[in-house]
Design a protein around this ligand. Structure first.
Ligand code: NAP
Ligand code: G4F
Length: 375
């Protein structure tokens, strides 16, 4: 049985990857951080009974800042594959915690690679490093002749997160070249899902739209509506992580959809999923969105209602204006075919968040019923 170790297993990608590897028959080890509250919501459905001898998922307490702990876990698991997904992954937050993000996202990668070397596992263990399109920094002049970022485009990170991840990228490449390790970077463009963290822009939008449509929230405040991102579905992207480690040769790979969309258009698409049409008025910090039509009888808002404002709190000291990736190499050499386009992604996220928020409405109704009966 193949053995995999996933750092960041409690995160969006970690949870989908764990599901995929269990389906493929792997023994999956995951590193979770000790927290004062339960933090395994995304993987609880995979982890019913830790006492079951057939359980193929095992969690270990650990942290990417702790070399001894990482080395011990790797020694215990003897993994065939390590997926280093653990990271402080929020770009805006990285401006507030630059030293911490350097330690976790940069040096954390080194700690994993060095543990493999110390343990003499260079010829056994393949490593996937979660690199990112943030490395490109969105500089227009660095796109290729077709107008995309690809494996050969120069890097220019624009945040402490991007700078930490560029260390992770190069140290992975260096260990591959220096010690002949099967260590690969997946340069992944933004990928989202119903399990996306609530403070990333897509999930913030789909949660807010569901709440606004159900009358649980008045409006949403966002930052830069002009930013453009190449958004794919996390399920498609974790499949590619696995494919990267099954390749004949260790290389670095761009994973993207090749389509870029503004934050503003993502908002429009999310509202349209519940039949609500919007008009945007004003520019910059004065831009707002208003309801112009409601085509779904379940979600009726007042025409003209203001549902979005800009709040400069969400602006970043340095912004990545536009990202768009060229996944040709992954498609041609590894046969990667994504199943979701942006419309499918928005639909999946909206359906999930409407369902989630409806539970709140049902709870409120049940509460009112109980109060009425008590009167
Ligand atoms: P995520 O949902 O934020 O998950 C991050 C994971 O890392 C969580 O399990 C988190 O644990 C864990 N973690 C944080 N700090 C840690 C530490 N000090 N030690 C050990 N684990 C730690 O991120 P994601 O979207 O799944 O992304 C997975 C990886 O891909 C990240 O490295 C991210 O930077 C990279 N990436 C993501 C995207 C994207 O669009 N999603 C694109 C390119 C690259 P807790 O649950 O305890 O917080
Ligand atoms: O959703 P975001 O926070 O993602 P961002 O910064 O692109 O980073 C994500 O993708 C990277 C891959 O390129 C990953 F490496 C990284 O770990 C993370 O998963 O912001 C997307 C865009 C930005 O331009 C931001 O300024 O949305 C803009 N935005 C506008 N209003 C907002 C908001 N972002 C957030 N988080 N919240 C807002 O209210």
């Amino acid at each position: 049985m193949k053995v995999a170790l996933i750092t960041g297993i409690t995160g969006q990608d970690g949870s989908y990857l764990a599901e995929l590897l269990l389906e493929k028959g792997y023994m999956v080890h995951g590193i979770k951080r000790r927290a004062s509250l339960f933090n395994t919501d995304r993987i609880d459905h995979l982890y019913q009974d830790p006492h079951d001898p057939d359980q193929r998922l095992k969690l270990h307490y650990g942290d990417l800042t702790d070399s001894m702990n990482l080395t011990r876990i790797i020694q215990e698991c003897q993994p065939d594959e390590i997926y280093n997904l653990g990271a402080m992954s929020h770009v805006k937050v990285s401006f507030d915690s630059p030293e911490y993000v350097g330690n976790v996202d940069g040096l954390g990668t080194l700690r994993i690679l060095e543990a493999i070397r110390i343990l003499g596992l260079e010829n056994k263990t393949r490593i996937y490093q979660a690199s990112t399109s943030e490395l490109y920094g969105g500089l227009p002049e660095n796109k290729n002749e077709k107008g995309f970022y690809d494996e050969n485009s120069p890097f220019y990170p624009r945040s402490p997160y991007g700078v930490a991840k560029i260390y992770g990228f190069w140290i992975t490449k260096n260990y591959r070249e220096a010690y002949n390790m099967f260590a690969c970077n997946g340069i992944l463009f933004n990928h989202e899902s119903p399990r996306r963290g609530e403070t990333f822009v897509t999930r913030k939008i789909t949660r807010a739209v569901a709440k606004i449509a159900l009358g649980l929230q008045e409006k949403v405040y966002l930052g830069n509506l002009e930013a453009k991102r190449d958004w794919g579905h996390a399920k498609d992207y974790v499949r590619m992580m696995w494919m990267i480690l099954q390749a004949d040769v260790a290389e670095d790979w761009v994973i993207a959809t090749g389509v870029t969309t503004t934050v503003r258009d993502f908002v429009r698409m999310a509202f349209l999923e519940v039949g609500i049409e919007l008009e945007f008025k004003g520019t910059g910090v004065d831009e707002k969105a208003f309801v112009t039509a409601c085509n779904n009888k379940d979600f009726q808002l007042k025409i003209g209602k203001e549902v979005l404002s800009v709040d400069p709190t969400y602006f970043r000291p340095t912004e990545v204006d536009l990202l768009i990736g060229d996944p040709s190499k992954a498609k041609e050499k590894l046969g990667w075919v994504p199943e979701y386009d942006l419309k499918d992604l928005v639909k999946d996220m909206m359906e999930s968040d409407v369902k989630l928020m409806k539970k709140d409405v049902d709870l409120l109704k049940a509460g009112h019923e109980i109060l009425k009966q008590a009167e």
